[in-house]
Design a protein around this ligand. Structure first.
Ligand code: F6P
Length: 532
């Protein structure tokens, strides 16, 4: 961080340490109107943050010094910004309309358009009941098998949109290698009317391979081998491995090495979304994401929503020592959003060296966690209100519900707004009427920051905008920290160790790398397993 802005931000923090967010509102009531940006149906209110105009100027300077705009343009043009794997990161291309594609990536775009046509065709066929299984019965159930980015995004989107679903097809998701997951999913299904979609960019992920093999065995209980193709589709960039597995080329949809798993729901990885919600809804999802891409590409600071979210996150993480950041969805349908954002953010920015391999000079990658409001209010919000940690919160609130219980929705909205107000204002001792001995316990310090993201209503389009917003936020922060958000080498080591322990458990292959603790745990497993 060669630029002096970093030091300027530190001095600014020290000078203004005594000012609370409530003080900032007293001296500048207009900030409620100024500290917000609207993009169509999405509004970001960032007025309840520990920032004033000077802070924002400095954060804007830090964003420029980090060359976020240049890196963004290079990403959109398909330059190999994933430098450790020498690949572009072209998830934005997956949602770019054909006539707006940057010329540098027109070849990739042609493939994307072809895949989109395949997605539409398959989704329509299944929905029109013309995808027939081996016994000429139409498919009624689809099982999506994948993990990590090949699971969290599609599952979250599907869950979020399930309220508007018209499709007669039931879609099930299986990720965990724990056999309970697959067993449970297949329990009520019949192989004759089930289509398995195996989603794996590498087609080598242990969990997905094993689930796919077990699902195939289950299919074979009713389906002859030569008809299996009517019941299996693969989404992968490893076509050879999928073919060796027994899925024919016609039933393999592409993934490309230029799309990271956690950014892939916009590709054929989202086929299940298109099946259960219809291909038009899938297109709308992409168009919402594209609207956010355009906004990210063109809006200037401080009106650039992803950049603002990112720089506020940097402010809290690097200057005010906030280790974590909570995403609280005030909508039951968005209950899986925190888990998707957790992978997106933590797998991208959990890095300790910069792009050139030298140690980072600042802390990276806050812990992302969260849950569903109002449930969290009766569970973990206590720690956000009165614990010793500073935990910035993003409240996400769709404004128009899709149910017919208005009083529920008004309570939900009131709950969300009361949380952010209480976090900011707190409760000083003078306002508390209680026994002397408990006053200290009831004091709430306040000055706890939050963003509120309101969307007019939850639709495929607004959902696309929301998810793309966070993708770009993560990207901006990576640029500030100088790291590559598009690789994930850290997850590889456990895969190798897992393979060794597995061989030991099933074949007694000698363990080379295991430590004494792991050896004794393996022994305990063996004793219990063998009933000793
Ligand atoms: O183990 C991490 C990871 O590589 C993720 O990045 C990825 O989304 C997931 O595994 C699944 O990988 P694949 O799609 O290759 O099965």
């Amino acid at each position: 961080m060669a630029d002096s802005t970093w030091q300027d931000l530190e001095s600014h923090r020290d000078q203004h340490a005594h000012e609370s967010i409530s003080d900032l509102f007293l001296s500048d009531p207009g900030r409620a109107q100024r500290y917000r940006t609207q993009l169509g149906p999405l509004l970001l209110d960032y007025s309840k943050n520990r920032v004033n105009d000077t802070t924002l100027d400095l954060l804007g300077r830090l964003a420029s010094a980090s060359r976020i705009a240049e890196a963004r343009d290079a990403m959109y043009r398909g330059e190999p910004i994933n430098n450790t794997e020498q690949r572009p990161a072209l998830h934005t291309l997956l949602r770019t309309p054909g006539d707006q594609v940057p010329p540098q990536v027109s070849g990739e775009s042609n493939e994307v358009q072809k895949a989109r046509a395949q997605i539409r065709r398959i989704a329509q066929q299944i929905n029109h009941r013309s995808w027939l299984g081996a016994t000429d019965q139409p498919v009624t159930d689809v099982v999506h098998i994948g993990i990590g980015g090949s699971y969290l995004g599609p599952r979250m989107i599907d869950e979020a949109l399930s309220f508007r679903r018209e499709s007669p097809i039931r879609v099930h998701y299986v990720a965990n290698v724990d056999g309970h997951h697959l067993d449970d999913a297949l329990a009520s299904l019949s192989p004759s009317t089930t289509l398995i979609i195996v989603v794996s960019k590498s087609f080598s992920t242990m969990e997905t391979r094993l689930n796919a093999e077990s699902a195939r065995r289950w299919l074979l209980t009713k389906i002859p081998q030569e008809q299996l193709n009517k019941h299996q589709i693969a989404i992968t960039s490893n076509v050879d491995a999928a073919e060796q597995f027994g899925i024919s080329a016609d039933n393999i949809l592409p993934m490309w090495d230029w799309v990271g798993g956690r950014y892939s729901l916009w590709s054929a990885v989202g086929l299940a979304i298109a099946i259960s919600n219809g291909p038009d809804a899938f297109d709308e999802l992409l168009s919402g994401a594209h609207q956010m891409d355009q906004h990210f590409a063109s809006a200037a600071w401080p009106h650039n929503i992803p950049m603002m979210l990112a720089m506020l996150g940097v402010w809290y993480h690097n200057f005010l020592d906030a280790d974590t950041c909570a995403v609280l969805s005030y909508d039951h349908r968005l209950r899986l959003l925190p888990a998707h954002l957790q992978q997106l953010d933590m797998e991208s920015n959990g890095k300790r060296v910069t792009r050139d391999g030298s140690p980072v000079s600042a802390s990276t990658g806050p812990i992302i966690w969260g849950g569903e409001g109002t449930n969290g209010q009766h569970a973990f919000h206590q720690l956000i209100h009165q614990g010793t940690r500073l935990i910035p919160v993003d409240f996400i609130l769709p404004l128009k519900p899709d149910h017919s219980l208005p009083e529920h929705h008004h309570q939900l909205v009131a709950s969300c707004l009361s949380q952010s107000q209480a976090l900011m204002q707190g409760q000083p001792a003078e306002q508390i009427e209680a026994d002397e001995r408990v006053i200290a316990h009831k004091v709430m310090p306040g000055n706890r920051p939050s963003n509120t993201i309101m969307i007019d209503s939850l639709t495929p389009k607004t959902l696309g905008m929301l998810v793309a917003l966070y993708e770009h936020k993560v990207f901006c922060q990576a640029m500030v920290w100088g790291i590559n958000p598009f690789d994930q080498w850290g997850v590889e080591l456990c895969k190798a160790i897992g393979t060794e322990i597995y061989s030991h458990l099933v074949d007694d292959t000698p363990l080379n790398s295991a430590d004494p603790s792991t050896r004794s745990l393996i022994e305990h497993f063996r004793n219990v397993h063998n009933g000793q």
